[in-house]
Design a protein around this ligand. Structure first.
Ligand code: PLZ
Length: 454
């Protein structure tokens, strides 16, 4: 049965001109969102969950407006996607113009300029001044899969190393690369062969190993258990996202990259979550002084339209045979013009710098919280990608129940807040870079109150 009567009480036009305020006119979720959640349960597979059960009608700047007319502060950006904000003006204009011109040809059938423009922009923006090539895909997981395909083809080797706490996606190959069983892998095996896991640098939980020591530990394990002669690639998130916003100790990433270069192993940086101004530079790799052979991007690349990419050394990217890379929708024209408008926005509005300012506010507020409350074990991150890890202060054990309570209280108060971490005890902050200071501060005050009350 179709439900035809679904009244909407909120504006239908989004973007930065929406009132930048937290405004609650009903409990969260409100009655209209509740009705729609019931409808969802009857129509959508149960495995597709929701973090906050409010149905969106508009979003922009730093707010999301729901179907009941509530305006919520967005501290999640749809998981680091809307860096430029929802319905950013340049993106809207570019997509509207393109949709009226042509919507699809399949780039591998009949090409168009915007795909090549995006490839040139990625080749220019990613770290390193070597010759580069790019290929475009739809999702982060699909781009990760292609990076592995390309590295295997180029090296003629098969094994791939991923790290503890890694997240690389939900497709079969990327589930294998992802570390955490629940909810990502449980019951979905068998997984692809020739994937190996190495230990990470996790300063809060590895007994204070230096970056060099943690890298030596990982490299020893790789050499003993796999052997460089069999290893095509190592793939790593410069700062782990879903795994808990884990910032490796200084020197860890450069030591791994140096070892890979010396041993004919392709070093792949998965910057799907860290990429595009999020961490205060265009890419997080820059902050750790590494130049990856291949870099995988998605999320923040196109202002919310589905697009992903692999960019890297020309000789590696050009290794696969003609026709070996592709897909029906990869580099769709709407997504490509959105990416060009998004990249223009990051550059014109100095959003990498803005991420640094957001980070300064996040660190100031969250360090006050940490100093006042021993359950906050650590504040960590870079730029506008910051998290707190919550523990039982007596034992240091992860406290996922506390993280869930804080997130639930924030949601009830009209703040979209995400958790993460292998142990589920990390609260992460990923505001759109278009959020005004007053909303960010108000959102952080709500979170601080939620921690105090929990
Ligand atoms: N690599 C580093 O963060 C996606 C996943 C949310 P897709 N992270 C959010 C969820 O519950 O599915 C991600 C990532 C890193 C790869 C991916 C995968 O990107 O666009 O979701 O496929």
């Amino acid at each position: 049965m179709t439900i035809v009567d679904l009244p909407v009480t909120a504006p239908v036009t989004g973007g930065p001109s929406l009132p930048q305020e937290r405004r609650l006119v009903t409990p969260i979720p409100g009655p209209e969102s509740r009705r729609r959640m019931e409808r969802k349960a009857q129509a959508v597979a149960a495995g597709v969950g929701t973090t906050i059960p409010v149905f969106t009608v508009a979003a922009g700047g730093g707010v999301l407006v729901d179907v009941d007319g509530n305006s919520l502060i967005d501290l999640g950006s749809g998981i680091a996607v809307t860096g430029v904000g929802n319905s950013a003006p340049r993106v809207v204009d570019a997509v509207v113009a393109q949709v009226a011109q042509f919507t699809h040809t399949c780039f591998t059938i009949a090409p168009y300029d915007s795909y090549v423009d995006v490839a040139e922009a990625l080749n220019r923006l990613t770290p390193g001044d070597h010759a580069k090539r790019s290929a475009l895909f739809n999702s982060g997981a699909e781009a990760v899969e292609n990076a592995v395909k390309i590295a295997r083809h180029y090296t003629g080797k098969q094994a791939v190393v991923a790290f503890d706490h890694a997240y690389h996606g939900r497709t079969n190959l990327t589930m294998g690369l992802t570390a955490k069983n629940q909810p990502y892998k449980n019951g979905f095996g068998p997984f692809a062969p020739e994937i190996y896991r190495a230990p990470l640098s996790y300063p809060l939980r590895d007994g204070g190993l230096s970056g060099a020591e943690a890298a030596a530990r990982a490299i020893l394990q790789i050499e003993k258990q796999i052997g460089a002669a069999n290893l095509a690639a190592i793939i790593i998130e410069p700062i782990q996202g879903e795994g808990g916003f884990i910032v490796p100790a200084d020197g860890f990433l450069p030591a791994l990259a140096e070892w890979a270069a010396a041993n004919g192993v392709v070093f792949i940086a998965d910057e799907v979550q860290t990429g595009f101004a999020r961490t205060g530079t265009m890419f997080a790799s820059e902050q750790f002084g590494i130049v990856p052979d291949l870099i995988v991007t998605a999320k923040g690349i196109a202002g919310g339209l589905p697009l992903s990419a692999v960019t890297g050394r020309a000789e590696i990217m050009d290794a696969p045979q003609v026709g070996g890379l592709g897909g029906t929708y990869g580099g769709n024209p709407l997504a490509c013009v959105a990416a060009l408008a998004t990249i223009e926005t990051y550059e014109a509005e100095n959003l990498a710098e803005r991420a640094g300012e957001i980070g300064a506010i996040l660190f100031e507020k969250l360090e006050m919280l940490r100093d006042a409350d021993p359950r906050v074990a650590e504040v960590r991150g870079r730029g506008a990608m910051v998290a707190i890890e919550l523990v039982d202060p007596a034992t240091g054990d992860p406290d996922a129940a506390l993280a869930n309570k804080v997130a639930a209280a924030a949601h009830a108060a009209g703040v979209i807040l995400l958790t993460c971490g292998t142990y589920g005890n990390v609260i992460r902050f990923l505001p759109p870079l278009s959020i005004p200071d007053h909303l960010l501060i108000e959102g952080l005050d709500v979170v601080a109150e939620a921690v105090a009350q929990a």
